[in-house]
Ligand binder design. Structure first.
Ligand code: LR7
Ligand code: MN
Length: 615
């Protein structure tokens, strides 16, 4: 209610102070006690002195909502993207209200709805010339939300209006997914009616989840392009033009900004790296990984060029509206949250489109550690339901890999997928293998693999176990439980021993065997398994498939024509040893933990790999 009153107060003031000379007085009045007093509360858009000629020409009234004027240098909480310091007497309140949205609501409410942010773009981006605004396509911006806080939602909206050429904004569509907060009712509709670009609130009625809510927004969107944003974002200077100009150049490009981090605790704006792209792990969770050299080379080392990304985070992207429908919009069968980003990523790449991270466009997003809202039917049910719809429609034979890792997922129903399968056929999409080979060869999901299952140590009959540890930590040995999970490893065709996106890694002779993020470059993560060992004794000749025989040339062995007097070999054994290539040592057990030692062919260095197959 206070907010509403304050807003009225602003309107009254502005109505009587349209003459620019009076603005000075207004500024003073408004700022005097703005440390932590009632005027600095949640709905505060602070006012500072404007350039007189712009005010006279009505510029401000066009750019900012009636009565809410702001620009230039300011020094309030959070301005300049700085961290907000919650005063000591409000710390308890901040802690208490954190759980409402899973971010520091007090900090967010202390900041201006149009706080200032520096221009974070790299130099080359600021110099870049884009097509003139009049030739770029206009965009509708679709923001879906369920119980979003007032200040984060409106800060998203203000940042769009303040930092986009308004000629490019067709409209902003706020899709309310059955929120239960008073401030998102008529207060919101009244507020947005005062904004200088068309902002419409669409109500879904019942809770339909973010995927179907976005579809509702897209359905009424009039812009040539649709830009989707989460409801707790801040767009920075020049964010929109680079996105739209990529689509202008190629309507089958789906484009994302760099997603910077707005701290969930202090609301500090922290720039993200332009050297990461989107991937996914074995559970099909979206993950950020380092952009590989291959992609840097493709861009000729120019970091201001868009990065081709295998997947997108999902919340922030722009797409040509007609193309959005041509390529199959979203899977309407997906519930509440999750999976739609990978589904769209696979679909776009496999069916002829592209996905880019446009490194000249930066938008901040409040990253949260947990989700604040309810999950009807349970988180597990929803995620498993959505994930299976991806796996079943898009992943071909790789679905077996997924189910072997995540057998529990199968217990959840996933509904009817026939229309999505038909879509894939109609669009004549390529295979998932093609996607892995051509778009994502660095994938953590091995394109080919020799084994997938437990790694059992012969002498002790124990199994290699991650112990739930993370990158940089040691791997363990435990009783084999046969339940998969922490004991599932794959020996891949890249010769890594891998579990999810972690690889067995040894960095020094005799050093500990650790888990490390797989880097795909061999090195400390390269292992051979079960190299055959022969010895030259009396015995049989060994003939290969091609009719040639193993022969000895000095200390080397080669295939050569079989002769009656040829070398005779005895096959000793399959070594079953795992040899770490860089150190030329074999994996065994020392002090109860996996460790490397000189390869000696003993039982202590023999391993059986579960799910071994020929590839
Ligand atoms: O039932 C719901 N109805 C909704 O309208 C649940 C959510 N929502 C809204 C919600 O209010 C928010 O505005 O949907 C939006 C996204 O929900 P978040 O903020 O809880 O999602 P997230 O940021 O944790 O998750 C990321 O993955 C999601 C998978 O479904 C979506 O694609 C999100 O848009 C996406 N966010 C981003 O890509 C931002 C960068 C995060 C990363 C990595
Ligand atoms: Mn989000």
């Amino acid at each position: 209610m206070i907010g509403r009153v304050r807003f009225q107060y602003c309107k009254v003031i502005i109505a009587t102070s349209m003459v620019w000379m009076m603005l000075d007085v207004f500024v003073l009045m408004y700022f005097t006690d703005c440390t932590d007093g009632p005027r600095c509360g949640p709905q505060d858009v602070r006012v500072i002195k404007q350039e007189p000629d712009k005010v006279k020409s009505g510029f401000l009234q066009k750019i900012f909502p009636k009565g809410l004027l702001s620009s230039g240098q300011r020094n309030g909480p959070g301005d300049g993207g700085r961290a907000v310091k919650v005063p000591p007497h409000r710390e308890a309140e901040a802690k208490e209200t954190f759980k409402i949205n899973q971010f520091n609501l007090v900090a967010s409410d202390m900041m201006a709805l149009n706080r200032t942010l520096p221009d974070y773009r790299m130099e080359e981006c600021r110099r870049k010339k884009y097509p003139p605004v009049k030739s770029l396509p206009k965009t509708s911006i679709v923001i879906v939300f369920h119980n979003e806080a007032w200040s984060t939602l409106l800060r998203t909206v203000h940042s769009i209006i303040d930092r986009s050429p308004n000629e490019l904004l067709e409209e902003i569509l706020l899709v309310d997914d059955a929120s239960e907060k008073d401030h998102l009712g008529t207060k919101l509709t009244d507020y947005v009616a005062t904004l200088p670009v068309p902002v419409h609130v669409i109500r879904t009625g019942a809770r339909i989840g973010l995927i179907r809510a976005r579809l509702k927004g897209a359905f009424v969107a009039k812009g040539k392009v649709i830009t989707f944003l989460d409801a707790h974002c801040e767009c920075t200077e020049g964010w929109l033009e680079p996105l739209l100009s990529e689509i202008y150049n190629d309507r089958t490009s789906v484009v994302c900004p760099i997603i910077d981090v707005i701290s969930d605790d202090s609301f500090e704006y922290i720039t993200g790296s332009d050297m990461t792209w989107g991937g996914f792990n074995w559970k099909l969770n979206f993950r950020w990984y380092q952009v590989p050299q291959r992609e840097l080379d493709r861009r000729g080392g120019d970091r201001s060029m868009p990065t081709r990304t295998p997947t997108m985070a999902g919340g922030l992207f722009a797409i040509d509206r007609d193309y959005f429908y041509e390529i199959g919009s979203y899977d309407e069968g997906m519930d509440i949250w999750g999976g739609e980003n990978l589904e769209m990523s696979f679909r776009v790449w496999m069916c002829g489109g592209k996905i880019y991270i446009v490194t000249c466009s930066r938008v901040g997003h409040v990253f949260r550690k947990t989700s604040p809202y309810s999950w009807p039917g349970g988180v597990g049910r929803i995620i498993n339901h959505n994930t299976q719809r991806i796996v079943e429609v898009w992943m071909d034979e790789y679905k077996d890999f997924f189910y072997r890792i995540n057998p529990g997922v199968r217990a959840t129903e996933y509904g009817d997928i026939s229309s999505r399968k038909k879509l894939r056929q109609k669009l004549n999409c390529k295979s998932f293998r093609w996607y892995l080979e051509h778009i994502y060869p660095e994938s953590q999901l091995p394109i080919d693999y020799h084994s997938l299952g437990e790694m059992r140590h012969k002498a002790s009959n124990l199994c290699l176990d991650t112990m739930g540890r993370k990158s940089g930590e040691k791997v363990g040995l435990e009783h084999c439980h046969g339940q998969g999970g922490n004991q599932v490893f794959s020996y891949t065709s890249k010769e890594t021993l891998q579990t999810d996106d972690l690889c067995l890694d040894v960095s020094s002779l005799g050093g500990p065997v650790k888990l490390f993020q797989c880097h795909g470059m061999g090195g400390n993560q390269k292992w051979t398994y079960d190299e055959e060992v022969f010895s030259l004794t009396k015995g049989k000749q060994i003939m290969g498939d091609d009719g040639l025989c193993v022969s000895a040339f000095g200390s080397e062995t080669k295939f050569a024509k079989c002769t009656s007097s040829g070398a005779e070999w005895e096959f000793i054994q399959k070594t079953m040893a795992l040899r770490h290539v860089n150190t030329d040592q074999c994996l065994g057990k020392g002090n109860g933990v996996p460790s490397l030692g000189k390869c000696d062919g003993s039982e202590g260095q023999q391993w059986t790999l579960g799910g071994l197959k020929e590839i």
